[in-house]
Design a protein around this ligand. Structure first.
Ligand code: G16
Length: 545
């Protein structure tokens, strides 16, 4: 029987503006009638229509993932898509989607995830459109999508038909071919091209032990297959490996606060040599050695310094890029390697042009994202495999590598303080008054520090020369300390103020301070200049990472 299609009348819904990384809202909001449908139709309409196109579709398995995949398949079919590539059970990690888009030359992909935000019925959900280069849609495209959400009058959807995504294979919805694929296979093949799997296999065969915490999220099946089945890590190396709709009731954010189980294991009496975790959709990573946490900023610096040990990067680093709030540790490595280091706004999408133009090879962010030109997303398991490749080829352990790095380059003490769910007006007023005072900050003494410069970051993209303004306030102090303040673009409730603290201690300085103590003067200066406690009524941050 022929598939029938419906054209459903609808009206614009407020607030469908994509943020730092796609549209993120409470799951309940996405489940409101027409909410997902309006946004998906706007994605198609805002990108020239779906007629004859091919898309990759998958998500991190959170609550509402399965229903959303079903709706998007039926909408893509009703909009005339030629072919859809869907992960088995609707599962695909964000890096896997990026790889599939590039490998099969599709017209883009739709990723269902709110990344590291909690899931479940009362948690968060999200939809992100990735462009044909495999990367998050740049602002020019998300603006067009948003524009459509404000003018939408109808959406198209196929009738309820069976979409058997539980097994690899092919089915059709009307004229649209739907290929259900093993989510891991293509991704694993790419990793094998990049890294020295034999060296990593030998490392594990020699008794090297690691713990990978998949945090009940999408990376579980990827990590189990690659680390345990292919590379020979002992069974049980990957913990919390089965994706669950509410991430086991946890917060799938790989940082020392939320990955506390891993932290306990790595600080325990029989700690393995290496610890790592990944987030909801598999693009973030956290790295630990025995009793040691490697900050994402330091991880980027160390990976850059040693990337030549991996086959894909030996002699091939064209440049590096980091988001502005990320510590300047990698800048020092780039300087020594005599390669350029680019500073971009927060948001992986800003690395896309640099990667496409071959100007940057490695990129990273303080928010636990690291990646390279192999795809156009950050990639959690990739970072773990690059670390394993380096450990296998270098011979030193993580603690030694980190300490030797600091002795060679100096240490950038670093922490991020998040003040969550601040009423939006208060957060905006804080940032506005900070901006208004910026011009007068230079030369001000705050405690033991003196302001060297203060400005608001704007980015002139060196490839397409698009200008992105208002990307965070940066106050630097004499001697190399700095504080950056900005509002998060990924929260779903109120506003989150992020305060990024950094202090540089040179190669002969004290690298063994407690991070909080090292950063105390910078925190005090930030509070005094931005009047954080006075304006928010909070005497400390909610989450410190
Ligand atoms: C997203 C972006 C990252 C960004 C992070 C935090 O990550 O892709 O580039 O650093 O959000 O953004 P914000 O500080 O605005 O909350 P993910 O892993 O959530 O997609």
């Amino acid at each position: 029987m022929a598939t029938s299609y419906a054209t459903v009348q609808t009206a614009p819904i407020d607030g469908q503006k994509p943020g730092t990384s796609g549209l993120r809202k409470k799951t309940a909001v996405f489940r409101n009638p027409g909410y997902l449908e309006n946004f998906v139709q706007s994605v198609f309409d805002g990108t020239g229509g779906a007629e004859g196109k091919t898309y990759v579709i998958g998500g991190d398995g959170r609550f509402f993932n399965a229903e959303a995949v079903d709706i998007i398949i039926r909408m893509a079919a009703a909009n005339g898509a030629a072919r859809l590539i869907v992960g088995q059970n609707g599962l695909l990690s964000t890096p896997a989607v990026s790889n599939l888009i590039r490998k099969y030359g599709t017209d883009g992909g739709i990723i269902l995830s709110a990344s590291h935000n909690p899931g479940g019925e009362t948690g968060d959900f999200g939809v992100k459109f990735n462009a044909p280069n495999g990367g998050p849609a740049p602002e020019a495209i998300t603006d067009q999508i948003y524009d459509r959400t404000q003018r939408i009058t109808e959406y198209s959807i196929a009738e309820q038909v069976a979409c058997p995504v539980g097994q690899p294979g092919r089915f059709t919805v009307g004229e649209t071919l739907v290929d259900v694929i093993d989510p891991v296979a293509d991704y694993e093949a790419l990793m094998q091209e990049l890294f020295d799997f034999d060296a990593i296999r030998a490392l594990f065969a020699g008794g090297f032990r690691m713990c990978f915490d998949a945090m009940h999220a999408v990376t579980g099946p990827y990590a189990k297959r690659i680390l345990e089945d292919t590379l020979g890590a002992p069974k049980g190396t990957v913990i919390n490996a089965i994706p669950s709709p509410d991430f086991g009731g946890g917060h799938p954010d790989p940082n020392p606060v939320w990955a506390s189980q891993l932290v306990g294991i790595m600080n325990g009496p029989d700690a393995p040599d290496f610890g790592a975790a990944s987030d909801g959709d598999g693009d973030r990573n956290m790295i630990m050695g025995r009793g040691t946490f490697v900050t994402p900023s330091d991880s980027l610096a160390l990976l850059t310094a040693h990337a030549h040990l991996a086959p894909a990067y030996a002699g091939k680093l064209a440049g590096v890029a980091r988001s502005m709030p990320t510590s300047q540790a990698v800048d020092l490595v780039a300087e020594r390697l005599a390669i350029p280091c680019y500073e971009t706004p927060t948001g992986w999408k800003f690395f896309g042009n640099l990667l496409d133009a071959g100007m940057a090879t490695l990129c990273g962010e303080e928010s636990a994202g690291t990646g390279s030109d192999h795809i156009r997303e950050k990639d959690g398991l990739w970072a773990v495999l690059l670390w394993l490749n380096i450990l296998a080829r270098d011979g030193r352990n993580i603690v030694q590598l980190q300490q030797d790095h600091w002795r060679s380059f100096g240490r950038n003490y670093y922490a991020r303080h998040d003040y969550e769910e601040i009423p939006t007006e208060i957060a905006n007023a804080l940032m506005d008054s900070l901006r208004a005072g910026l011009a007068g900050f230079a030369g001000t003494e705050v405690g033991s520090l003196r302001v060297a410069a203060a400005d608001e970051f704007s980015y002139d993209d060196p490839v397409d020369h698009s200008l992105t303004e208002g990307q965070g306030v940066c106050i630097s102090f004499d001697g190399g300390a700095r504080v950056v303040l900005r509002l998060s673009g990924t929260g779903t409730q109120g506003a989150t103020l992020r305060v990024y603290l950094e202090r540089y201690v040179g190669k002969d300085g004290d690298h063994g301070m407690v991070v909080h103590d090292a950063l105390e003067p910078v925190l005090r200066a930030a509070d005094s200049l931005a009047r954080i406690s006075e304006r928010t009524g909070r005497d400390k941050a909610d989450v410190i990472t």
